[in-house]
Ligand binder design. Structure first.
Ligand code: DX5
Ligand code: ZN
Length: 221
């Protein structure tokens, strides 16, 4: 097993998205990450679930959604109908987190929870029965190309140890400032999934970026 790599389409060239998706798949990645932002929960506005519908026929890669929106529940059905296999909602945006995660699973997708750099993982034991992935944000959500907030990295170790203690199978995903260097630290701490926008789309040898990161051994203790 090696790390799962999920490039964020936000970093792609929007004037030729179909080609970007083909190029992304050729690089040997595992899924595509869709950053849906509503300019309320975060200060940026990107795209809605219809983008997944437009691109669904262009690749067989799984689509993973990162909802940076207020009231994330209203997007769940459409994201799944348009081909998403995992939906991640923000801890800070969910009033009834357990209910939302349960609903996502009921609809046939995997359920993820994203936590801002300033948020704690103390919620985890209380949703252990309905969570598939935790998304540890290492930038304040809203934009790609930001500098990593390294103070948030300790939560990767925490998530790894908590999952072990709770005996749950939990994917630990890290999003924000991931590149070939920062990936080493994230993986050593226990990440088994990584999101990348600028470091992936900014490279002209994407397959090599993927190969390099996939050669890093996963934590196994
Ligand atoms: C940030 C998004 C990220 C972003 C990552 O709010 O959630 O997925 O696109 O961008 P990089 O890899 O450039 O930090
Ligand atoms: Zn994201």
């Amino acid at each position: 097993m090696n790390v799962h790599i999920s490039p964020s389409i936000l970093g792609a060239d929007f004037s030729c998205l179909r080609d970007s998706v083909t190029e992304t798949e050729k690089a040997g990645v595992d899924s595509i990450h869709f950053d849906i932002m509503d300019r309320h929960f975060v200060p940026n506005l990107t795209f809605g679930p219809m983008l997944m519908k437009a691109l669904r026929g262009q690749t067989s890669l799984p689509f993973k959604v990162h909802l940076m929106t207020e009231n994330p529940d209203i997007y769940v059905d459409e994201c799944i109908e348009n081909g998403a296999s995992l939906i991640t909602v923000h801890l800070e945006a969910c009033v009834h987190l357990h209910r939302t995660l349960g609903y996502i699973r009921e609809k046939g997708a995997q359920a993820g929870v994203a936590v801002n750099p300033s948020s704690s993982l103390s919620f985890l034991p209380y949703v252990a029965d309905v969570i598939d992935e935790v998304l540890i944000m290492t930038v304040n959500p809203g934009f790609s190309g930001q500098k990593m907030i390294t103070g948030a990295m300790g939560k990767i170790n925490e998530a790894y140890e908590l999952a072990k203690k709770l005996s749950i199978s939990l994917n630990i995903n890290v999003d924000g400032g991931i590149n070939s260097e920062t990936a080493k630290d994230a993986i050593a701490r226990g990440a088994n999934t990584l999101v990348m926008a600028s470091a992936f789309y900014g490279s002209n040898d994407k397959a090599n970026v993927v190969r390099q990161i996939k050669s890093i051994p996963l934590r196994n203790d």
